[in-house]
Write a protein that binds this ligand. Structure first.
Ligand code: FAD
Length: 309
């Protein structure tokens, strides 16, 4: 059955809010990306299981996104289904010094909630605009802390449709790496974190200080996906980019941020292609001039050769 004709079946499955030909620029912090044939705000875990099983049976391309804050979708149509967990899997439970958060919970709000409750450990995520699912996928981090430091265990929907529990060891955390990058057909649904009790005022003070620091050092008022490149070694990616004189360099509406040269910003009229061309230009220039390979941290989706999904 063609994707066009699947609409009625998807409605019958009652998976949640179903959008057709939904522009993905509305769901990414770069504010670029072509339409997804279907975009579904999954209403709960059962709906997610049903939706994934439907895709598997019908061989439909599909993926789960969080807040789209690390994604560069191409400008062309995503001929499949994009599932968002942000509306249906967004519960948080606090049990003593443990926090149990569903995959669609936003990191920034959660870091402030933890602070208020007097639980320390999420201060690193105060300025990261992603979800728990995307954060664990990336083992996101800042200020020398990352998810691996507080992670205890998680529940994952595996490719067989079962919910399985994974330990910290199972997750193979590394620098911006987790097992989920090796098992792209597994979906994190919930994670448990071991926190440390601390004075709420102390935690809030750290969050506020770091927020201020981000506001002065990052282009927070432009669309971006945070750091574009992984740090290749002890020297940060931005230092190599600066050495090559690329700060402020533009292609179309995409620009190496004058404020932070490891950010590429959308000046309001960038296409996905502008951003990808700029990523290639920066990495090629750094390789030629510094003999260092900068690998993108940003995830490329729905491109010809770099396809992730
Ligand atoms: C202004 C700004 C600042 C940033 N600062 C930082 C920073 O300090 N440190 C840092 O590490 N990152 C930073 N980032 C990048 C980004 O926010 C993080 O990588 C974040 O973890 C991505 O989360 P997300 O929910 O947006 O994931 P998305 O971008 O939506 O998805 C990322 C990947 O995770 C997968 N995924 C999402 N949810 C699930 C799930 N439930 N199960 C399995 N896979 C899933 C997606 O399929 C995709 O492959 C920043 C971004 C911006 C825009």
């Amino acid at each position: 059955m063609s994707l066009e004709k699947m609409y009625d079946q998807l409605v019958e499955l009652e998976l949640g809010e179903l959008l057709e030909d939904e522009p993905l620029y509305k769901h990414t912090t770069f504010k670029v990306g072509g339409p997804a044939k279907y975009f579904i705000y999954i209403k709960d875990l059962e709906a997610l299981q049903k939706g994934i099983s439907f895709c598997q049976k019908n061989h439909i391309k599909h993926m789960v996104i969080g807040n789209g804050s690390d994604l560069l979708f191409s400008d062309k149509e995503y001929t499949g289904i994009v599932f968002s967990l942000m509306k249906g899997l967004n519960n948080v439970k606090i049990n003593g010094s443990k926090i149990i958060a569903e995959a669609g919970v936003g990191m920034i709000a959660l870091s402030y909630q933890a602070a208020k409750t007097g639980l320390s450990g999420f201060e690193f995520m105060g300025g990261i605009p992603g979800t728990i699912g995307g954060g664990i996928y990336m083992n996101a981090g800042a200020y020398k802390y990352c998810f691996a430091d507080v992670f205890e265990s998680c529940l994952v929907l595996n490719d067989q449709g079962h919910i399985v529990e994974l330990s910290k060891e199972d997750m193979k955390f590394g620098y911006r790496h987790s097992l989920l990058q090796e098992r792209k057909d597994w979906i994190l649904v919930e994670a448990t974190f071991q926190m440390t009790p601390k004075d709420p005022k102390e935690i809030s003070a750290v969050l506020d200080k770091r927020k201020e620091k981000r506001m002065t050092s990052q282009p927070w008022n432009f669309a971006s996906a945070g750091s574009v490149f992984r740090n290749p070694d002890d020297k940060a990616a931005w230092q190599y980019i600066d050495e090559c004189g690329l700060r402020g360099f533009e292609i179309g509406g995409a620009q190496v941020s004058p404020k932070h040269s490891n950010f590429i910003v959308n000046n309001g009229y960038a296409s996905s292609k502008d951003i990808l061309d700029l990523i290639h230009h920066v990495s090629t220039t750094v390789q030629e001039k510094c003999q260092v390979l900068l690998k993108p941290e940003v995830i490329l989706i729905n491109w010809e050769s770099d396809d992730e999904a």
